[in-house]
Every structure is written in C-alpha cells, then in structure tokens.
Write a protein that binds this ligand. Structure first.
Ligand code: UDX
Ligand code: ADP
Length: 464
C-alpha cells in the first residue's frame, strides 16, 4: 500500500518534530499537521523560524527545508483528514483532574474527539496511528468509535508509540534505537503495519522496526518510560545515602554503570525527573494494575514517584535548613526552570515544586532560564493553585540577565543543566552575592573544589 498523504492531528512537542522528520525523509509524501489552536499553527507558519512553538536543536533547519514544499501546518482539520490515507493522532493526554481515575488515569477526551472527527469526515479507508502515549487497550476504544460512527469506511488502528526525548528529539527520530508498530494480527492489519514500516524504512534499517500486537506496543511504551524513570529514582535514592556517608554518587554511578548488565546511561542523580511523560506514564501503569486488582504491582511502580517527590522535597528542605532554618525574605536565584536542558518545556519540572516549597517559606525567588518565558513560569505556578496569582507575582520574579540576578542574592539553586551555566564566570557571581554565598547544585553541574576555592558554600546532590 502506497502512502502519499499523511495528516497528523496535534502540532505539539511530539507531532511537530516527528512530522518534520518524516517530511524531510520522505519528499514524495505530503504531510499536513493540524491543530485546534490557531495560535500554535500560526507560530509553526511564522516567517521567523526562531518563533516556532517548540524549541529542539535541528528542528528549525528541517522546517525551513520542507515547509511549504511537502510539510504544511493548518487548522483545516477536516480537509486534512479527508485527503490523507494515514492519520497520526498526536494530541495531549494529560492525567485526569476529575472523576474516576483522577490524578492517575490518562484523560482521553482529546483522543475521543479526534476519533469522532475522523469517523465523521472519512469517506475513504484510513490507517489511524496512535502516537500519543495511551493506556493499554485504547486502540480498541478508538476502533469501536470509528466502526460504529463511520460511514462504512474501513479503519485499521496502529499503535506507534513515540520514544523521542525532548532536547534530542530530531537525533532520536533520525537515529532511533527502534521503532515499534503494533497492529491487528490480520491480513489488513499486516498491510497497515507494513505501510507504516515503509515510511520509517526511508531512513532506518529494517531490523530496527519491530512489529507486535497492538496491546504489547501500547504497554511497551509505558514500561519503557517506567524503567527509565525507575533508574533515575534508584540513583536518587542512593544520592541521599551518599550525602550521609561520604560516598560520591557520581563514583557509585560510574562503578555500577561499568557492569554491562546495568549500563552507564540514565544514572545521573538530579533534583528529580520531570517532563510530560515519566510521571504520567507511571501513574497510568499504576492505575491499570489497580484496575486489574494487581495491588502489589501498582505499589511497586508508585514507589518510583514517591521517591521522585522525596528528592524534590529534600532539595528544597536542604536549602531552608542550610540558610539557618529560614528563607523568609531571602533572595534565592534559580538557574533553570525547564525540566531538562535544550528544551523550553516545563511540564512537571522539578523547579516548579522546589519553588512552591520555598515560596511557602516566604522566600523571594528570582528565575533565569535561557528558553522559558516569564508567562510560562507564572502559568506553571498558578496551575498548582497553592497561592493566588498576585502572590506568586509578588514573591517570584523572572529575569533575562543571570549575572544581574545574582546581585545581593543569598543563594543560587541550579535546577536545569543548561551548558551555559558551566561557562559563567562564577567569581563575578560570587562578588555580587551576599556572604556567605550559597550554591545548591541540583544537577551536579559544577566542580566542588573550584566553587569552594572561589569562596562559595557549595552543596551538590549526592555528595557530602
Ligand atoms: C522521556 C523518554 O526518555 C522518551 O523515550 C519518551 O518518549 C518520553 O519521555 P523526556 O521526558 O523528553 O523523554 O526526557 P528524558 O531525557 O527521558 O528525561 C526525563 C527527566 O529525567 C528529565 O527531567 C531529566 O533531567 C531526568 N533525568 C534523566 C535525570 O534526572 N537523570 C538521568 O540520568 C536521566
Ligand atoms: P505532546 O507533548 O503530546 O505533543 P502537546 O501539548 O505539546 O503534547 O501537543 C498536543 C497538541 O494537540 C496541542 O497543540 C493541542 O492544541 C492539540 N490538540 C488537542 N486536542 C486536539 C483535537 N481534538 N484536535 C486537534 N488538535 C488537538
């Protein structure tokens, strides 16, 4: 089956970069990315490529190369659905904030809306690809909506979970470890899986494209993220022990990572993992396990999140304790707000929760992040609902100049591992700060000896 037109519903962190890569690698396929948000689509179409709504290294070059040729961004959702043979659903599926499964289950409202829309519009057979992370068995829900409300059109549903990490999305897509395609074990299902595999084969070797049944594919996505998050929580639990015992968590990571069975990656201790996926996917896994009566399985995975919350809380508490048990009225500067470097995404960023804890203690916080705008910082804090928007704006300021921010500061906390923080002249920063000048390094970015030689009281996660 030959695919000539693709529609992707959802122009976000997943849809935008993924479709840019597909368009750049498959010049004969016309790719249209659609979204309900006109504002977002306008940004994707902006003549200034620095205004794209998603920041990813290498993304703007791909958009520049393909936009208007075989990559289009549009709000004409129905038209794009109608024309495409293959439709990717790449909308957000946040954790439910209401009703059954509140705080755990994924909210599938957007997915269902997409399915109903596809059913309404489609006049020819379609392959529908789930890209968003979804609970196991969502494909059958989509299929049921499509089959029962469609116009007698044949739909094949595939699960093709996204494994890209933000900040390295383009490289992850171009050099994927594997692509996973789940679909029905029928002749039509096989044809659909092969059609999708054919797209990825434009740039990936065949043996990296795995085909499974649809449930295995959906579950594998949750499990991959749960295992990755578990590694971070595991090493973070050890960081607390290192701080008490004079062991150094970096040395422990290195020592265990040399064991090829364990492997060296994803063992960097930090202030805690963030991002839109890890917590959401584990909560999903916990919810699914619970709903099948597997309480021990649910408890096992929930502990990964409990440890992550502990790490963020521990970091904030250490700041308060070290600053003589009070931060009330003290200026604390955060370097970094994004959940990791090289992205402007702040979803579930540890910085949000550390700030919230310190604001409870009446600290005056100043934020500098090279990519996150002021409006996003306030939106993140307001979303928690801990205090009024006015109070958040009174106690917390966002600035553009990291050096100026350090003037008269009691402490600096490093929340994101942006490379530029390593290259600052920390002597100048030291001179501007109140003394003793404290630095709390939640990303293990700086060298302890150098910082102490300058005169800082320097605290690094996982090291006494
Ligand atoms: C993750 C998965 O890696 C990706 O495969 C999936 O598709 C989406 O979820 P992402 O959340 O974008 O990607 O970033 P990732 O690099 O996995 O980092 C997640 C969080 O863990 C970040 O806050 C990061 O700082 C933290 N982390 C990661 C650590 O604290 N230590 C590590 O060693 C690795
Ligand atoms: P992700 O990280 O999963 O890509 P984002 O929030 O970055 O999540 O992007 C999801 C996009 O999907 C948003 O731009 C949102 O406007 C869009 N969206 C959500 N529901 C629909 C829908 N029913 N139809 C079209 N677009 C939608």
């Amino acid at each position: 089956m030959k695919i000539t037109k693709i529609c992707c519903i959802g122009a976000g962190y997943v849809g935008g970069p993924t479709m840019s890569v597909i368009a750049s690698q498959c010049p004969e396929i016309q790719v249209t990315v659609v979204d309900l948000s006109k504002e977002r689509i306008d940004l994707w179409n902006h003549s200034d490529l620095d205004k794209l709504p998603v920041y990813e290294p290498g993304l703007k070059e791909l958009v520049e190369k393909t936009r208007g040729k075989n990559l289009f961004f549009s709000t004409e959702i129905d038209k794009a659905i109608d024309e495409a043979e293959m439709i990717f659903i790449s909308v957000n599926t946040p954790t439910k904030t209401y009703g059954k499964g509140k705080g755990q289950a994924a909210d599938l409202k957007n997915i269902e809306l997409c399915a109903r829309n596809i059913a309404k519009v489609a006049k020819t057979n379609k392959i529908v690809v789930e890209k968003s992370t979804l609970p196991v068995r969502t494909a059958s829900a989509i299929k049921s909506i499509l089959d029962n409300t469609g116009n007698g059109v044949d739909f094949e549903i595939l699960s093709n979970p996204e494994f890209l990490a933000e900040g390295t999305a383009i490289d992850d897509l171009l050099n994927a470890d594997r692509v996973l395609i789940g679909g029905a074990e029928t002749e039509k299902g096989q044809t659909a899986k092969d059609a999708l595999a054919g797209i990825y084969q434009h740039w990936l070797p065949k043996d990296r494209i795995l085909q499974t049944n649809v449930w295995s594919s959906e579950l594998s996505k949750l499990v991959a993220n749960a295992f990755l998050a578990q590694r971070v929580s595991s090493i973070n639990s050890i960081s607390a022990l290192c701080e008490k015992t004079d062991a150094n968590v970096a040395e422990v990571s290195r020592a265990i990572g040399y064991d090829s069975r364990i492997g060296a990656k994803f063992l960097n201790s930090s202030v805690g993992f963030g991002g839109s996926c890890f917590q959401k996917d584990i909560l999903n896994l916990v919810y699914i396990a619970q709903s099948y009566g597997l309480q021990e399985v649910a408890d096992y995975w929930e502990q990964v999140i409990i440890m992550n919350d502990y790490q963020k809380r521990r970091f904030a508490e250490n700041i308060v304790t070290t600053l003589y048990n009070t931060v009330s009225g003290k200026k604390i500067v955060f370097y970094g707000w994004a959940f990791k470097k090289d992205t402007n995404d702040t979803r579930e960023s540890a910085a949000i929760y550390v700030a919230d804890a310190l604001l409870d203690e009446k600290a005056e916080i100043v934020i500098y992040d090279p990519k996150v705008p002021e409006s996003q910082v306030y939106e993140d804090l307001d979303y928690l609902g801990t205090r009024s928007p006015e109070e958040n704006r009174r106690l917390l300021k966002v600035v553009n100049d990291p050096l100026k921010a350090s003037e008269e500061a009691h402490a600096i906390a490093i929340l994101t591992e942006w490379d530029e923080f390593k290259n600052y002249d920390w002597k100048i920063i030291y001179d501007k700060m109140l003394k003793p000048a404290f630095v709390f390094d939640g990303r293990r970015l700086l060298e302890k000896d150098t910082m102490q030689e300058i005169g800082f009281e320097y605290y690094k996660i996982g090291q006494s």
